[in-house]
Design a protein around this ligand. Structure first.
Ligand code: IDP
Ligand code: MG
Length: 153
């Protein structure tokens, strides 16, 4: 099953949006298989945003990403990488469609509340950057319909 890494960026914690955004992923049917709060130090940010390290806005992006802790999580599901990117919307909040997380909650090119992996290769890299094996959980979602049917026998 495919997996994706998401990061609730400092602005989503500051603005108390974590629950609302997580709720969207849960309602879609995606499974949370790992989650923790962490502070993204220089080393982690240098790796995570390596593709942006020479951009003029990189120092400001780093200050933003270190303004509070982040919550990192791993979601699992069918086609989860594309599904989550669609739910999140395009990078700049002022361009993202309404109905997407960024379209609904951000007007900024930088403070866009959430990160989501953009390809299978990057997803696996990002997951291993932020999580150890024993921090990811392999569990079955309980099939309530099955349990109710058993009760009625
Ligand atoms: P993504 O988050 O949609 O994958 P990337 O291009 O990978 O977009 O950029 C990573 C993050 O860097 C963005 O989510 C945003 O926070 C920040 N960023 C990207 N472009 C700009 C910019 O032009 N100005 C300020 N911040 C930017
Ligand atoms: Mg990206």
């Amino acid at each position: 099953m495919e997996r994706s890494l998401i990061i609730f960026k400092p602005d989503s914690l500051n603005r108390a949006l974590v629950g609302e955004i997580l709720h969207r992923f849960e309602r879609k049917g995606l499974k949370i298989i790992g989650m923790k709060m962490t502070y993204l130090d220089d080393d982690l940010l240098g790796q995570h945003y390596f593709h942006l390290k020479d951009k003029p806005f990189f120092p400001r992006l780093k200050r933003f990403m270190q303004s509070a802790p982040s919550i990192v999580a791993v979601l699992e599901g069918n086609n989860v990488i594309e599904v989550v990117r669609n739910l999140v919307g395009v990078t700049r909040g002022y361009e993202a469609l309404s109905g997407t997380v960024r379209g609904d909650y951000s007007l900024s090119g930088q403070c866009n509340v959430i990160h989501a992996s953009d390809s299978p290769v990057n997803a696996e890299l990002e997951i291993s950057r932020f999580f150890n094996h024993d921090e990811l959980f392999n569990y079955e979602k309980i099939d309530l319909e099955y349990i109710y049917a058993e009760d009625e026998l």
